[in-house]
Write a protein that binds this ligand. Structure first.
Ligand SMILES: Nc1nc2c(ncn2[C@@H]2O[C@H](COP(=O)(O)OP(=O)(O)OP(=O)(O)O)[C@@H](O)[C@H]2O)c(=O)[nH]1
Length: 845
């Protein structure tokens, strides 16, 4: 069987498949076409027949298959003709890879006065497999003439996908290259002895042809340019040094040069450089001592690029710019692609690029090029159809939620907020509570201990249960409300852990407005209680705020009593001071309780303390027992739905929106359509979850997570109120409020601005009227139209929204949650109170 393609061969092969006459005809036609395309190649008839059959008469596919086969065969042949062993190649390849960045020079130096084929593995790195296939391991003489110059050190791959302009450019360059190649008389390859001779290869004598570098002026390269050169072309020594250390003229024992390093290589062995130039030698198969570090030849052998520069840079100092220009513009390097391969590549540019096709079509459509007018007309004729989202429906019969609620035996649910001065130990206390209740497992706590220890904050391990953000953990300060859920055998609880720092009071307000009860944590350590209670500490402000926001019951955790050796006097001292203050803001004796405890050590949190000192004077309940004893707040679950949104986020389904919310009044069920205020957008409640459990309905007092359909996320914000479709909440612009004035630096006057907070809703208001000053205990009017309001006074004021906004609001009588407001100025709380009347509302949709 013939090895190479021969016209006759194509038909010599026995057809193994029996084909019908039609198929046979198709087969013959396809073979003829393939044969025509591959004329002159070494493909055999059987290969053609198989390829055509495998490609099921697809000419292009068959040709592609055959070309691939040809490429592989050619590569095999070349590899077989190589005198370098596979081990050596593997070794060289490893070293090439480690020494060189991808995209490095592949090719032959024209100015080195010898053809020096760089080792092929570079080609894998820089040119990809096709270039690799076409390159011999050693450079046979016949291939010298087939080398194609490449103008830059890094092959520019852009041409591969280029346009016809690029094709033209490539053609012009090819012509230029050919011309240059003709002018250049490449000398025959030099024998091995020259490589090892003591005369450096790059010595001026070796470069008889006048170098373009010699004309250049003496300048020192800038470091940035130099580093760029280095990055792209390897060793600085190889590039710019006059005396390359890799090619010393007189090798010494102490400092082995390339020659001395290679001197341990026998005459029969080949230095790595011999691999590089092996193609020009008729020396025996090179042997490399792979175990010897001296074979790290790439340390010393300059690249073809470096070598060429070296030969021409002797006694010449170039500016970095000049060197760079030379590198970029001078055709120093060859891309090792054979002429045949180049022909193949050039075919890619013989037809217009896809860009050109489109451009031409655009220009010739209707016989005229598109003018601005035409485009304008076309644009107008385009109709933009708004994408209507698919409307989601939930087929579920409506239920009487109040009835179902009455019939279910659900555990009572309590929301409580944890407040207090910064560092009082709030998060640690809650972390301990969760841990002792089994809501946090041992492994997690141990991990927190390890991680917080590493950060030098080992004492914060329990606080990390609540403080989940990286910033909070790093700073050891709670910044936003952290919500956690746990259950005791009797009650289920939602904890709202508020930040203690005064910078985060707005977040504390948001948490407090979702709570029925409060746990006020005070630090009993020496001076710590005083720091939080007196002056500008947060103990008083927090207590006042929770009271103003409707919290009816407060538990005071006298914390860190371990620091006071469980001294009773300290507990009593703190209790007495606080009780007076709490009474003054509306928490009577029955609405307050005090628990001596240590959050860090877990005394009196879930389990009774075992401290004898404490047991000797305290027999009262633990914090958990006190929480379980709280009398539930009765809520109107039949009232119109009011649900304060606390968070809005996208779930897994991008067409749905998830919200976290607290139901202030009424109830909600799946499949119900509700309305969001102030956007007034309706939405369908697709899913309801309470504490990660799916529910069909939820009632006032529940903290829920809902999945909403048929609404865009942009119509929902934290602080908005979701309402019954038939009875949405008012969107107030002007309202009156009965407020208590906080500690002020300057009195409040008519015309002052304030930010009004209601849960997570905030809006800028102006105090438009000071209506009256009231008696704090009786509520009687003491003075009408006061000129100003001072600290501690109770008053009725009128506020109006600044700008065009509005505020979802109800009077306190209508809804205790949504009728409470807090006023702040310049980061300080100035007043808090309840909404008396909504004077003006926005009515349009
Ligand atoms: N000795 C002692 N140290 C405690 C106790 N509780 C908390 N601490 C320490 O007090 C420091 C502050 O604790 P946190 O729980 O972060 O205080 P916090 O009130 O939550 O702080 P903020 O939320 O940032 O205001 C930490 O170093 C705790 O280890 C306690 O019962 N005894």
């Amino acid at each position: 069987m013939a090895n190479y393609y021969d016209e006759d061969d194509l038909y010599d092969e026995e057809g193994e498949e029996s084909l019908g006459p039609e198929e046979q005809q198709q087969m013959d036609d396809t073979i003829a076409e393939v044969k025509k395309i591959l004329r002159g190649t070494s493909v055999t008839a059987s290969q053609v027949r198989d390829a055509v059959w495998d490609a099921y008469f697809d000419v292009d596919m068959a040709v592609k298959t055959l070309r691939d086969i040809l490429k592989k065969e050619e590569a095999k042949k070349r590899a077989a003709s190589s005198k370098v062993s596979p081990e050596e190649l593997a070794y060289a390849f490893r070293n090439c890879k480690s020494r060189r960045r991808s995209g490095h020079i592949v090719g032959v130096s024209q100015h080195s006065q010898r053809i020096r084929a760089t080792i092929t593995p570079f080609a894998i790195d820089s040119c990809g497999i096709s270039a690799f296939d076409g390159i011999p391991w050693r450079l046979p003489a016949y291939l010298k003439s087939e080398m194609i110059k490449c103008s830059t050190s890094q092959p520019k791959m852009g041409l591969l996908g280029g346009s016809s302009k690029l094709a033209a450019l490539a053609k012009a360059r090819a012509a230029k290259r050919q011309q240059e190649q003709q002018q250049t008389n490449l000398p025959p390859p030099e024998p091995m002895e020259d490589v090892r001779s003591s005369t450096p290869l790059d010595s001026p004598q070796r470069s008889p042809s006048p170098s373009p570098f010699q004309a250049l002026q003496t300048q020192t390269p800038t470091p940035s340019r130099l580093s760029r050169l280095l990055a792209d072309h390897g060793s600085a020594r190889n590039i710019l040094s006059n005396q390359s250390p890799s090619r010393p003229t007189s090798p010494t024992k102490d400092k082995p040069s390339l020659l001395s390093r290679n001197s341990n290589i026998s005459a029969n062995s080949s230095s790595p450089s011999s691999i590089i130039s092996a193609s020009h030698l008729s020396t025996p198969k090179p042997q490399i001592d792979l175990s010897s570090p001296s074979t790290m030849f790439f340390e010393d052998v300059p690249s073809g690029f470096a070598e060429s520069l070296n030969s021409n840079l002797s006694d010449t100092q170039l500016s970095a710019d000049e060197v760079w220009k030379l590198i970029a513009n001078h055709p120093l390097f060859y891309l090792p692609v054979t002429t045949k391969q180049a022909e193949e590549i050039s075919k890619n540019f013989n037809k217009p690029s896809p860009d050109d096709v489109v451009k031409e079509a655009q220009q010739t459509k209707g016989g005229t090029a598109k003018t601005g007018k035409n485009i304008d007309k076309d644009m107008r004729s385009l109709s933009i159809q708004e994408q209507v989202p698919t409307v989601v429906t939930v087929k579920q019969p409506k239920v009487d939620v109040a009835e179902q609620y009455a019939a279910t035996k659900r555990k009572p649910h309590i929301n409580f907020v944890v407040v207090g001065h910064v560092d009082a130990g709030k998060s640690t206390l809650m972390g301990r509570l969760m841990y002792d209740m089994g809501a946090i497992d041992e492994r997690t706590i141990n991990k927190y201990k390890r991680d917080s220890d590493k950060m030098g904050k080992g004492s914060f391990a329990f606080a990390w249960v609540m403080d989940q953000s990286e910033e909070e953990r790093e700073r050891g300060v709670t910044m936003d409300i952290a919500t956690s859920y746990f259950e005791s055998p009797k009650v289920s609880f939602t904890i709202l852990d508020a930040p203690g720092h005064k910078d985060f009071v707005p977040n504390m307000i948001a948490g407090a407005s979702e709570a029925d009860f409060a746990v006020l944590v005070v630090d009993s350590s020496p001076n710590a209680f005083e720091a939080g209670f007196l002056h500008s500490g947060q103990t008083k402000e927090h207590a006042l705020l929770v009271r103003s926001l409707g919290v009816q019951r407060i538990i005071v955790a006298v914390n860190k009593l371990d620091n006071m050796a469980w001294a009773e006097y300290r507990f009593t001292e703190i209790k007495d001071q606080l009780q007076v203050f709490l009474n003054s803001i509306g928490f009577t004796g029955s609405q307050t309780s005090f628990i001596p405890c240590s959050g860090l050590y877990g005394d009196n949190i879930v389990n009774k303390s075992a401290e004898e000192e404490l047991l000797s004077w305290y027999k009262g309940p633990t914090l958990l027992e006190e929480l379980e004893n709280l009398r539930l707040v009765q809520r109107d679950i039949k009232a119109p739905l009011r649900m304060s949104i606390t968070d809005v986020f996208r779930g897994t389904n991008s067409s749905l929106v998830n919200i976290a919310a607290r139901i202030n009044s009424g109830n909600v069920q799946t499949g119900e359509t509700t309305i969001v205020v102030p956007s007034m957008e309706s939405t369908l409640v697709k899913t309801i979850m309470i504490s990660n459990n799916l529910r069909d309905w939820a009632v006032a007092g529940d903290n829920v997570e809902l999945i909403l359909a048929n609404i865009d996320m942009m119509h929902l914000r934290a602080g908005d109120v979701m309402c019954s479709l038939s009875a949405p909440i008012k969107r107030a612009r002007i309202f009156t409020a009965r407020v208590i004035i906080f500690q002020l630096r300057i009195p409040l006057i008519k015309g002052s601005n304030a930010i009004v907070y209601r849960g997570r809703t905030t809006e800028a208001f102006k105090i438009t009227k000071l209506i009256s000053v009231l008696d704090k205990s009786t509520g009687k009017i003491l003075k009408s139209k006061p000129r100003h309001l001072a600290s501690g006074q109770s008053a009725i004021i009128e506020l109006e929204v600044i700008g065009k906004g509005c505020f979802p609001l109800e009077t306190f009588k209508e809804n205790k949650d949504l009728g409470r407001v807090v006023l702040r100025q310049d980061g300080n709380t100035v007043a808090a109170g309840v909404v008396e009347d909504v004077i003006s509302v926005v009515t349009d949709l």
